[in-house]
Structures are given as structure tokens and as C-alpha cells.
Ligand binder design. Structure first.
Ligand code: PEP
Ligand code: MG
Length: 843
């Protein structure tokens, strides 16, 4: 690199200068990202400290980096933990790739908002390319924007960033497993490994790319656990480099991590175990032969051959994809499938996605590169929001991304030439692949990735294909043609099944198919036990479509409307009118004879909501969740109450407060509700109830009962708080079991307290959707089971096969057992003895 004149970096803001050591953040204070300084700002416009090109700007507008012609890269980061504000309070004035003059305004920010909502307003200016510098002003000095602050010596950086040459190979996206992202140690391991190859190698995160041989550049990516990364390489050993580096990333780059979520090649030796366990994505069982499904690596050229040509190529790809999706919709077997492909079509028209792709085209990139960048960046954003449902929607985006990409690259989708009785094994199947499976040949599938709520799981259920996901990665090393037995109900893949096992499962499968047909045919019948005890079976819903579907499957109302899911994809709060419209539309569909239980916003914990930015918390599940957050921001609750109240009269309206742990929370919320009802001139208040999902509320149910109209037990949270086990922890999944006697005892005491005060009790947690749990819940006196929509016919049919008196006795029996496994076993035996047909479907 040529040596050039020293470069002066000017103050990007006015404010008080602080040494990095004083920043209360170990990453910045430890100079892990780069050395520089910090300003406690008194102005609100961040300006360029040097002339150059915007090399990255976070979508959330809180950080930007500028790289000058000599490769000096300066990162500015406004505030600490400001990524959590989701863009609120920041107005970016520039775009990635744009050339800027020194002193040019880059980002405007609302200092009051940031100071109130983020950990700190302290703003960092870091020389991330690693050149040495001298400070021109002392600590504590008051500086004005534009004053010289640092003198940098360009050309002396430890590492330089090469331009990637030639056609680059891209790895498949993979999820970063390291708990603290690629911080110094794993980044150093990764960079060291990259240096062992001749190829020029890059690590990509959203729209940012880092030279993989540069420790500083990797750290500047600021990766966090769960980030989607891609490795690209160009050169003679590119292929080997990608394989080695992807495997290294999946293994944690020298850190201990949970089982890798993605690898390019199956490399772990197959264990001698004869059973692999996963999670049930779609019930059923099958015996067949292994068929490994691997997607080919796509060769994406970065540089375009002229903007007009590339634009036309992207247009063609999008058009062809839209046509293919239309065809898939037309031939979809059911509305759930058609709905998914309609959503995919919408993604093709998504303005943000297209804007991102077009910006890349303007920068001279190829259509394939531009589209790939845009979809990967957005999928990463979905995954980074920390919300399981949104993360699974990222799979849909990846699917659409690949569809268009292949069309642009002219790659024919390989028509799978499948043998008969195939059990597909894949790292991940896309919704498109799932929907186009030939069900005459495919008996089921097993994936390493995915979750029980993914669209792939929904499709598998719609197709009636048994499937399990979350299976250890060495399943990818099973030989094609190997005979295996898939028992999706138990989440198991048997690698060495014996004949008896196979015959048993086959018989069970046949019975299950018949049973499901009968259940759906009889879905409209009431859920009344043989001895005449009626239990209300209602639906857990998150959209108007689900409400409509629940009615066709025999749902008797809505027992839980998860209102936080209605507007998940919004950065801004829906207007009061829009909210009122949504609730009223749902209420109208239900009509005046059916219950509608609307749960007020349950944000926080595992469910962040983009339009309700929150500070990051050390223990979010024990922090500002549910009603606590709403009472901190009463305007939010007030507005939601108003919108819900607008639907009063269309259905039997119930309002339910989530995560209540103190009586005072109920009183405060009721007071706000009463004020709003009065202001609207309502003569009658809707029913007001609380969720029982915190042990304090369950234990004090007798104290709460006089003040509520009903309780609904959220067994998902009640289990995690009772057993002190994170509901999403992969290694605790089998122990965080709602069948644990401690949880059942809390249900029992809650029901007793409620009934003593004449109040009804529902269960809306996932336990209610388990057929195995129905006898014990009925026996404990639960009045309503609010269940996931597809399971309504099964739960109703199960109720019709029981006797209340028997249920009471089995309930008494299991309350005295020691652990969840014993409860399950007792219920299994009871079920086999009572319920006419075969095994119970567990989810
Ligand atoms: C529960 O916790 O059981 C519940 C129904 O609420 P959610 O799953 O939405 O937290
Ligand atoms: Mg809950």
C-alpha cells in the first residue's frame, strides 16, 4: 500500500470528549472493534469525519462507517445498545455505497429519545481498519462538530482489504452459533484459517462484507449469535476454503457451541446410536428408505455486465418466479398451502427488498448478486429480531430468494427422481420443495433445521406427511437407501428398526389416518363426555384467516387471540382505526353467540415487537413482559383497549391480561379499561380476565378470583416459570414439560379457587392441544380448552371418548406422581384402556 499524507479525522458531533476506557461497554472499552474515541453528544446530527464512501450503514440507522480512498475505515456508533431501538429516533441521510464529503451530515438522531430509550447516548468513532493515530484533543475537552480530533497515518494498518477477484463461490447461509458472536478469539481463529488459503475470501453479514483474513474486519461486522452469515471465495482453492471455513464457523471457531445448525458437507461421524431424536413437525409414522436431499452450491458472479442488462435479468427472474408461484397456488391442495405461496408472491413485490436489490444494481452488481444480497439481508433481519415465528418466516424468504436466483442463473430446478417409499433427509427443506413433493413416493421427512411452527411444518401437516425437525446434523451422513423407521409422533428416527416395530407402526399409521378422517367429519359435534359433561373447545389464533379456519374445523369461539401477532411486521404502530377494524372483523366472523378472548399485547421476553422498541434486558423473560410493559407505557394499553372495545357487541367480548403476577397490575389495568369504556359511553364492561402463567398468580388465584371474570392458564409460560427452564432452551426442551406434576398442581389449585368464586377457567397453553392431556385437564375441572386450530377436531373427539368420573380419578392419581415422564406414562396407559383407537398424537 502506498504511504500517503496523515489524515485528520474531524469531530462528527459536538460534545464532550471521552477516552474509550470510560465507555461502560467491554467491547468498545476493550477496543475489540477498533481504537478511537467517544463523544457525549450535545448536537443531533452525525457528520462525516473524513471524505470517502459509506461502506456500511445499519438499517436501524444507529451506526455508519466511511472508508476513504486509502482504505482507512472509520465506524461511528451512536449510543450503546441502540440496535434495540429498531430505527426509532434515527434518520439516515445517506446510503451504502454513496460518496460523502468531509463534514457531510450522515445521520440525524433524536437525542432525547435515544437517551431515554437506550442504555446510553455515548457515541463512538473508531478506526476499524487498524491504522495508528494520535489524539489531537485531551479527554474531557468540549469539542465542536468539524474540529480536528485524530491524526491517522494511512497505509500502516495491520491488514488490508483486497478486492474480491473473479467469480466468487458463495456458501449456503449459516447461522452463527457463538454465544457472543465472532468476538476477538473466534474471529482470530477464523481469520487464521482463512489465511491458509490463496483465494480471496469474504465473510458476509446482511449488506456488510469483511475480508475473512482480517481480524479487525471480522470484528467490525459485529456479529451476534443467530446471525446469518455467508462465506464467499474466489480463486483456485475457493471450494476447499468455503468448505473448511463453513465447517469451522458451524463448530464455533474454537468455542464450545451447541450442535451446529448448518454445515456444507456432512462431516461428523455417524454415532453408533440406533435412534436419532428431533421434534415432531407433523405427526404420523413411516417406514422407508433414506433419500438425502442436498442443494447444489450456486455460483454467483458479483460484477454485473451493465446496469440495464442486469435490471432486465432481475425483472425476468421476478416475473418467472411470480408465474411459477401462481401455478403452485392454483394446484395447491388446500388453503393453507395456497396462502403460503400467495405470501411468497407478495415478497416478490416487497418494496424494501426490491429497493435493496436495485441499490446493488446501481452499484454495478449482477442481478443474481443483488437479489441474493437483498434476500439474505432481510432474512437475517427477521432472524435477528429474536422472535421464533419471524425467524421461521426467514425460511420463506430464503425460499423465494433461491427460486428467483435459480431463474436468473438459468438453473433448472432438479426434478427429484425419487425412489418409492422415500424418507427425505435434508439440512432444511424449503416450503416450495415441501409443497411439490410427490406424496405417492415420499413417506415423510427429517430435517436438521426448522421448527414446529415453520411453514414447512404447516405444509407437512397439510399434506399428511410425518416429519421431524431439529435432528442432529449427523443424520446427513446416513447412506442413501438405508431402511429407517420414522416415528414423528415421538420425534424419533430409528436407524435399525426390527420387523415387529415396523409392523406395529404401520398398523398405528393406518389407524391414525382413519381416525383423522373421522375426527374432521365429526368436528361440528359438541365436545361432550360420554356422561354428558360439556367442555368448550375454542381456538388459539393470530389472524382473521385462522378464526375463519377454526370455525370450519368445529371451533366454538376464540379462547386466545394473540394480539401481538396481528402486526408483527410493522415498524410503526397500526393506527387506532386499523386496530379497531381488525378486532371488529374478527368479532363479526364469530358473531354474538361465541366468545372472543382478546389478549392485550404480550410483548417482551421471546416476543419483541418492532413498533414497541425496548431496552435490552439481561433476563428478558423476567423483565418488562406483557402487562408490565403495557403499564409502563399506559398509552399503548389505553389505545388497545379503545380499539378492542370498538368490537363490543359483535361477539361475546372478553379481554385478557398476559403475564399478571401482582394484584395491583390487574387493578391498574381495570381502572384504565373502565375509563376508556366510560369515555366511549359503553353501558356494560366486557368480561375481564387474566392469564395464569406466573406461579405467583396461580398460588394467589383465590385472591385474584373475586376481581376477574375468568382465568386462562398459559401452560407454556407457567411451565417455564415453575420449573425455571427457558421455554426455548433446546437442551431443556424435554424436561420443560407441562405434564410435570408441579404444573398440574398449580392448574388444580387455580381451578379450585376460581370455581369457589363462580369463575370459569380455560387452558390456552400448548398443553390443551395435547390429546394425552385432555383427561387430566377435564378431571381437574378445566372448563375451556383453547387449542391450535388444526387440532380442534382431535381434541373435541378425544373429549367425546371420555367419562368425567374417570377423568377425575386419573387426575387425582397423576397429581401424586413424581415426574412428568410418570404422568405421561400413566396417561398413556389410561388412554390405551379408554380411548377406542390407537396411539395419541403428541406435538
Ligand atoms: C402460554 O404462555 O401458555 C401462552 C398461551 O402464551 P404465549 O405462548 O403466547 O406466551
Ligand atoms: Mg405466555
Amino acid at each position: 500500500m502506498t504511504t500517503t499524507q496523515p489524515l485528520e479525522l474531524l469531530a462528527p458531533l459536538s460534545g464532550v470528549l471521552l477516552a474509550l476506557d470510560q465507555v461502560p461497554d467491554p467491547v468498545f472499552a476493550g477496543r475489540l472493534i477498533g481504537d478511537g474515541l467517544c463523544i457525549d453528544p450535545t448536537s443531533q446530527t452525525l457528520c462525516a469525519p473524513l471524505a470517502g464512501v459509506i461502506s456500511s450503514i445499519q438499517d436501524s440507522g444507529h451506526a455508519v462507517s466511511v472508508t476513504d480512498d486509502n482504505g482507512v475505515q472509520v465506524l461511528m456508533h451512536i449510543g450503546l445498545d441502540t440496535v434495540n431501538l429498531g430505527g426509532q429516533g434515527f434518520t439516515p441521510l445517506v446510503q451504502e455505497g454513496q460518496r460523502v464529503e468531509v463534514g457531510q451530515p450522515l445521520i440525524e438522531f433524536d437525542a432525547d429519545y435515544v437517551a431515554l430509550h437506550a442504555r446510553s447516548l455515548l457515541t463512538l468513532m473508531l478506526v476499524v481498519s487498524g491504522e495508528p493515530f494520535t489524539l489531537l484533543r485531551p479527554d474531557g475537552a468540549l469539542v465542536d462538530v468539524g474540529q480536528p480530533l485524530l491524526r491517522v497515518s494511512p497505509g500502516e494498518a495491520a491488514e488490508t482489504v483486497d478486492e474480491e477477484a473473479g467469480d466468487a463461490l458463495f456458501s449456503k447461509p449459516l447461522t452463527l452459533p457463538n454465544a457472543n458472536g465472532l468476538h476477538a478469539r473466534p474471529a482470530a481463529v477464523f481469520a487464521q484459517a482463512a489465511k491458509g488459503f490463496n483465494a480471496s475470501i469474504y465473510l458476509h453479514k446482511q449488506t456488510q462484507s469483511a475480508n475473512a483474513k482480517s481480524l479487525v474486519a471480522i470484528m467490525a461486522l459485529q456479529t451476534v449469535q443467530g446471525d446469518t452469515l455467508q462465506v464467499s471465495a474466489a480463486g483456485d482453492d475457493a471450494d476447499a476454503a468455503i468448505k473448511a471455513l463453513v465447517a469451522l464457523l458451524a463448530e464455533g471457531c474454537g468455542e464450545t457451541v451447541a450442535a451446529p445448525t448448518a454445515v456444507v458437507e456432512p462431516c461428523a461421524p455417524l454415532s453408533s446410536a440406533t435412534l436419532l431424536r428431533g421434534v415432531c413437525a407433523s405427526p404420523g409414522s413411516a417406514f422407508g428408505q433414506v433419500v438425502q436431499v442436498a442443494e447444489p452450491e450456486l455460483n454467483i458472479t458479483e460484477a454485473g455486465s451493465g446496469e440495464a442488462l442486469e435490471r432486465a435479468a432481475l425483472e425476468r427472474g421476478l416475473l418467472a418466479a411470480a408465474e411459477a408461484l401462481q401455478a403452485l397456488q392454483t394446484k395447491a391442495a388446500g388453503s393453507a398451502q395456497a396462502e403460503i405461496f400467495r405470501a411468497h408472491q407478495e415478497l416478490l413485490e416487497d418494496p424494501t427488498l426490491l429497493e435493496q436489490a436495485h441499490a446493488q444494481l446501481t452499484n454495478g452488481k449482477s442481478a443474481a448478486f443483488a437479489w441474493n444480497r437483498a434476500t439474505v439481508a432481510t432474512a437475517t433481519l427477521f432472524q435477528g429480531l429474536g422472535n421464533a415465528l419471524l425467524a421461521e418466516r426467514a425460511a420463506d424468504l430464503a425460499d423465494v430468494g433461491q427460486r428467483v436466483l435459480k431463474l436468473i442463473l438459468g438453473i433448472q430446478d432438479r426434478a427429484w427422481d425419487l425412489p418409492e417409499q422415500a424418507i427425505l433427509i435434508a439440512e432444511q427443506l424449503t416450503p416450495s420443495q415441501t409443497a411439490s413433493l410427490d406424496t405417492r413416493k415420499v413417506l415423510g421427512f427429517v430435517t436438521v433445521g426448522g421448527g414446529a411452527t415453520s411453514h414447512v411444518a404447516i405444509l407437512a401437516r397439510a399434506l399428511g406427511l410425518p416429519a421431524i425437525c431439529g435432528v442432529p446434523v449427523h443424520v446427513l451422513a446416513l447412506a442413501n437407501g438405508k431402511q429407517v423407521l420414522l416415528d414423528a409422533d415421538k420425534g424419533e428416527l430409528h436407524l435399525d428398526p426390527d420387523l415387529a416395530e415396523i409392523e406395529q407402526l404401520q398398523a398405528a399409521r393406518d389407524q391414525q389416518v382413519l381416525r383423522r378422517q373421522r375426527e374432521v367429519a365429526q368436528a361440528a359435534l359438541p365436545a361432550t363426555t360420554r356422561d354428558g359433561h360439556h367442555v368448550e373447545v375454542t381456538a388459539n389464533v393470530a389472524s382473521l384467516q385462522e378464526v375463519e379456519q377454526s370455525l370450519t374445523l368445529g371451533g366454538e369461539g376464540v379462547g386466545l387471540l394473540r394480539s401481538e401477532f396481528l402486526y408483527l411486521d410493522r415498524n410503526r404502530a397500526p393506527s387506532p382505526e386499523e386496530q379497531a377494524g381488525t378486532y371488529s372483523a374478527i368479532a363479526r366472523v364469530l358473531g354474538p353467540e361465541r366468545n372472543l378472548v382478546v389478549r392485550t399485547l404480550d410483548v417482551g421476553g421471546d416476543k419483541p415487537l418492532a413498533y414497541v422498541p425496548m431496552d435490552s434486558e439481561t433476563n428478558p423473560f423476567l423483565g418488562l413482559r406483557g402487562i408490565r410493559l403495557c403499564l409502563e407505557r399506559p398509552e399503548l394499553l389505553r389505545e388497545q383497549f379503545r380499539a378492542i372495545l370498538a368490537s363490543a357487541g359483535f361477539a361475546r367480548l372478553h379481554i385478557m391480561l398476559p403475564m399478571v403476577s401482582l394484584l395491583s397490575e390487574l387493578h391498574l389495568a381495570r381502572a384504565i379499561l373502565e375509563e376508556e369504556a366510560l369515555a366511549l359511553g359503553l353501558k356494560e364492561l366486557p368480561k375481564l380476565g387474566i392469564m395464569i402463567e406466573v406461579p405467583s398468580a396461580a398460588l394467589m388465584a383465590d385472591v385474584f378470583a373475586p376481581h376477574v371474570d375468568f382465568f386462562s392458564i398459559g401452560t407454556n409460560d407457567l411451565t417455564q416459570y415453575t420449573l425455571a427452564m427457558d421455554r426455548d432452551h433446546p437442551r431443556l426442551a424435554s424436561q420443560a414439560d407441562s405434564f410435570h406434576p408441579s404444573v398440574l398442581r398449580l392448574i388444580a389449585s387455580t381451578v379450585k379457587a376460581a370455581h369457589a368464586h363462580g369463575k370459569w377457567v380455560g387452558v390456552c397453553g400448548a398443553l390443551a392441544s395435547e390429546a394425552l392431556a385432555v383427561p387430566v385437564l377435564i378431571g381437574l375441572g378445566v372448563d375451556e380448552l383453547s387449542v391450535s386450530v388444526p387440532l380442534i377436531p382431535t381434541i373435541k373427539a378425544t373429549v367425546r371418548e371420555l367419562d368425567l368420573a374417570d377423568c377425575q380419578s386419573i387426575a387425582r392419581q397423576v397429581l401424586g406422581l413424581e415426574e412428568a415422564a410418570q404422568v405421561r406414562e400413566a396417561l398413556r396407559l389410561y388412554h390405551a384402556a379408554t380411548v377406542e383407537t390407537s396411539p395419541v398424537v403428541e406435538h
